[in-house]
Design a protein around this ligand. Structure first.
Ligand code: AMP
Length: 524
């Protein structure tokens, strides 16, 4: 479904277009029409499905920008999620002048938050403890709050926030809308729904029976900044004649096409903003082999009728299981063999595991090909071609030239062959991406568990550690996984592809004035 069909406020529509969203994700298509009517709703959805916009858009439509009082509250389990969701809602509100959205969470100086709140904020997104703190101080006033969202409600309960959530719900004015989002629906969630929601509509994306084509599927855990480099390596390594690369937004399609062209690939993009004539030109190029790589959004790819796509690349993990199946179904057609590759960043691994579960398919993890792998494969290809020429061509004249040339030289014909091979293979100077393999540190899949020699007795808080890691390494805080703090030390999980960067960055870092030591955890 398109966002136009969801009858959005034109200012939100403009923001959504600028964000590059091409169609509403399934959870958005179902939730938005219910939520804009002001009804209570239970949405079963997890991160990565577009749930923030699913509640953010209806909230914004119902907020009055001329009223500077607090009108909507979003409760969420962690500070990272609060910051991340506030960013997303702000982007959606970009063209709605006069709307202020503020994240409030523990760990940040309360006086700073109070100052920001005084400026008049209509939407706050915060962790339950800190929200209650503000309510008690009367720095948050609930009289005009017309909507509340419980985001990742199951996570909030796991973290022990049930009482806090109930306190906030009880203090709201009688007339208000409640939207509850949760990946799972355990009993306590249903109890909250029964006690605090009025005739809620339940929304979840019904999973169809999905038949996954029998093709080889792989995934690679990547650093987000290295995605296009990894894609290039895979393209070089497998050298597919025709490939389809999927991105989640129109903007990504345009950016990636530019990047690939800059690297010398014959790539073109296809998305909904293009005129029919442009689309025809791109498709013709793809069909007659002028373009080897087509970069597309899910919507744009629907109209494509090419059979012999050798490889499908999910540059972004798809937002829905069904998209995954549609995407990879573009290869391996008509009895041909095909391959599908998915690039995964940090916790997107959970979305991928979900896809595997629902689609009952196996997606195998593979290491990112090293430069040596690429060199081997490129050389193999050139040598194979050369072997064919030896069979089919008369090389007498060229052999004479070589003999004459090598006559008085100090190098062997083998060295000469290797040098010619190098010329033929072209540029091999791609940057190194290989990272240390940390082995099993006892972390979740895709993560490395790090040991930090600072803990509770040094009066540090989890927020200090998170802030130091994000601040020093430049990695987004939301990518940090579990943090377990003990008296004199702390364990932190970070995505595998960032682990070396974090360790290096923390070498010079201080937390609460103390020089710290960070190393991979020992796991027995
Ligand atoms: P969420 O599930 O809210 O954490 O969203 C995951 C990511 O998907 C965010 O980066 C959003 O900006 C993005 N997103 C949300 N809705 C859409 C959409 N309709 N099309 C493409 N990307 C989207």
């Amino acid at each position: 479904m398109t966002f136009e069909e969801l009858c959005l406020d034109p200012r939100i529509l403009r923001a959504v277009t600028e964000m590059g969203f091409e169609q509403a994700s399934p959870i958005q298509a179902k939730s938005i029409p219910i939520a804009v009517e002001g009804r209570d709703m239970i949405g079963q959805a997890q991160t990565g499905t577009g749930k923030t916009a699913a509640f953010g858009i209806p909230l914004l439509q119902r907020v009055d920008p001329h009223n500077k009082k607090l009108q909507a509250i979003v409760l969420c389990p962690t500070r990272e999620l609060a910051i991340q969701s506030a960013d997303e809602v702000r982007r959606l509100a970009k063209f709605m002048h006069g709307i202020k959205v503020l994240p409030v969470y523990g760990g940040q100086e309360i006086s700073k938050q109070i100052r920001s709140l005084k400026g008049g904020v209509q939407v706050i997104i915060g962790t339950p403890g800190r929200v209650i703190d503000h309510i008690n101080r009367r720095t948050l006033k609930l009289e005009q709050v017309g909507a509340i969202v419980l985001d990742e409600a199951d996570e909030m309960l796991n973290m022990g926030f049930r009482e806090d959530i109930e306190t906030v719900l009880e203090r709201l004015p009688e007339e208000h809308q409640t939207l509850l989002f949760s990946a799972t629906m355990p009993k306590p969630i249903l109890e909250i729904a029964r006690n605090y929601l009025t005739n809620p509509e339940t929304v979840k994306v019904i999973k169809k029976e999905l038949t996954v084509p029998k093709i080889d599927q792989y995934y690679y855990e990547v650093n987000p900044r290295k995605k296009s480099e990894v894609l290039s390596r895979l393209l070089d390594m497998y050298d597919p004649e025709l490939s389809l690369v999927f991105c989640n937004t129109k903007r990504k399609v345009d950016e990636l096409v530019e990047d690939l062209k800059g690297r010398g690939y014959f790539a073109e993009g296809l998305h909904g903003d293009m005129k029919q004539s442009q689309r025809d030109r791109v498709m013709n190029g793809f069909r007659n082999g002028r373009t080897d790589i087509l970069v597309a959004t899910d919507v744009a790819a629907r109209g494509i009728d090419v059979d012999d796509v050798e490889a499908v690349f999910n540059y972004d993990v798809p937002q829905d299981d069904e998209y995954y199946v549609h995407r990879i179904g573009r290869t391996g057609r008509a009895g041909r063999s095909g391959r599908a590759f998915t690039l995964v960043v940090g916790r997107e691994i959970y979305k991928l595991k979900d896809i595997q579960r629902y689609c009952k398919t196996k997606i195998k993890r593979q290491p990112i090909p090293s430069m040596d792998d690429i060199t081997d494969i490129k050389a193999e290809k050139v040598l194979e071609k050369a072997g064919g020429l030896i069979e089919s061509e008369n090389l007498g004249k060229l052999i004479d030239i070589l003999e004459e040339h090598l006559d008085d030289k100090e190098y062997s014909s083998l060295e000469m062959a290797a040098a010619l091979l190098m010329i033929q293979m072209g540029d091999n100077g791609a940057p190194e991406l290989e990272k240390e393999d940390f082995g099993d540190t006892g972390a979740e899949p895709g993560m490395v568990r790090l040991f930090i020699n600072i803990g509770k007795k040094h009066r540090v808080r989890i927020g200090d550690i998170l802030g130091a890691i994000a601040g020093e390494s430049g990695m987004e805080g939301e990518l940090v996984g579990a943090i377990d703090m003990y008296d004199s030390y702390t364990f932190v999980e970070v995505p595998r592809e960032y682990a070396s960067e974090v360790i290096d960055a923390m070498k010079h870092a201080k937390i609460k004035g103390k020089q710290v030591n960070v190393e991979p955890a020992n796991h027995k």
